[in-house]
Ligand binder design. Sequence first.
Ligand SMILES: Cc1cc2nc3c(=O)[nH]c(=O)nc-3n(C[C@H](O)[C@H](O)[C@H](O)COP(=O)(O)OP(=O)(O)OC[C@H]3O[C@@H](n4cnc5c(N)ncnc54)[C@H](O)[C@@H]3O)c2cc1C
Length: 337
Amino acid sequence: MSQPKINLSLKKYNTFGLDVVAKEVVFLTELKQLENIHELKNAMFIGGGSNILLTQNINRTVIINQTKGICTVTEDEDHIELAIASGEDWHQLVLHCIENDFGGIENMSLIPGSVGAAPMQNIGAYGKEIKDVLTYVEAVNLDTLSIERFTNEECEFGYRESIFKKAAKGQYFISSIGIRLTKRDHKLNTSYGDIENYLAERCFTYPTVRDISNAVIAIRQSKLPDPAKLGNSGSFFKNPVIEPTHFEKLKENFPEIKSYPTPEGKVKVPAGWLIESLGWKGKRVGNTGSHAKQALVLVNYGEANGQEVYELATAIQKSVQDTYQITLEMEVNVITE
Ligand SMILES: Cc1cc2nc3c(=O)[nH]c(=O)nc-3n(C[C@H](O)[C@H](O)[C@H](O)COP(=O)(O)OP(=O)(O)OC[C@H]3O[C@@H](n4cnc5c(N)ncnc54)[C@H](O)[C@@H]3O)c2cc1C
């Protein structure tokens, strides 16, 4: 157990690469370290730092999750259930599963960040979300320090939502999760995005979980900026969901507007399309901007501070609101103190 670090820059610990100083930083390798943290409930947790925007120095304890461990809970010929410590890297977990031919999370290859943050916003990509495989979340209650178990249903998952971002916000540290995967007869989801084209071009008639993972990795690498080269936190905004009557009105004025029906009978409008239609795609404002290939991704050209990125995000929100009367909700967690 290492000593807390005082006045440490978090530049290395957030994928935006923002140079913000934290008053005290604890590297968490064992859960019992939580017992010694003063004002634990006021502390801030960081996993991979890939879904946060740090807007100023942090005057409280920052806990960087480095807990590790993957083990088998149950297994039969068809399925395996794994328990994974929350500090494991999500993509490394995906690769571990691909290596063992376990199916279920291959479409979520290359999503940055920790396992523990994955259920926070119900991560998803290419037609799959973590809620599709998650059996439970174990979380430390920050008042009592006891470990509580949440079933999949109790996590109240929605689109980039869970109970940990709503009613239970700030009350728990997610310490581990369980996921149930297939060992054979994998139910592959190839219909989303460009996966089908990738497989057809390579004549993969009977793709494996590894083929799907490779497809997703190649597609993501061609579209999304690598945070190691250009700081970013992935999609900055959620895709808004609006009422059909609102959409019909918009369609009259903007016939080219894109949309997808939701199972609840509403209409999802791609935030990237809205932002691009207003001329933000590829636009640079000072040290920040909207990415040239993906309007939804805001980037740090090297010297940006969090406040600048936040101001750009609110300017984009305003222009979308003024033109389309649609409120863009931020997907990235904005940390203000
Ligand atoms: C290039 C890029 C692409 C991305 N693509 C996708 C995508 O396709 N789909 C998708 O869903 N997301 C995507 N993201 C967003 C991000 O990868 C996910 O949200 C990821 O789950 C964040 O994990 P993290 O460990 O980095 O979280 P962090 O940024 O460290 O934390 C996020 C929030 O969760 C809290 N938190 C973190 N760990 C814990 C814990 N153990 N207990 C309690 N609270 C905790 C933090 O305090 C913070 O509020 C992308 C990001 C990038 C940079």
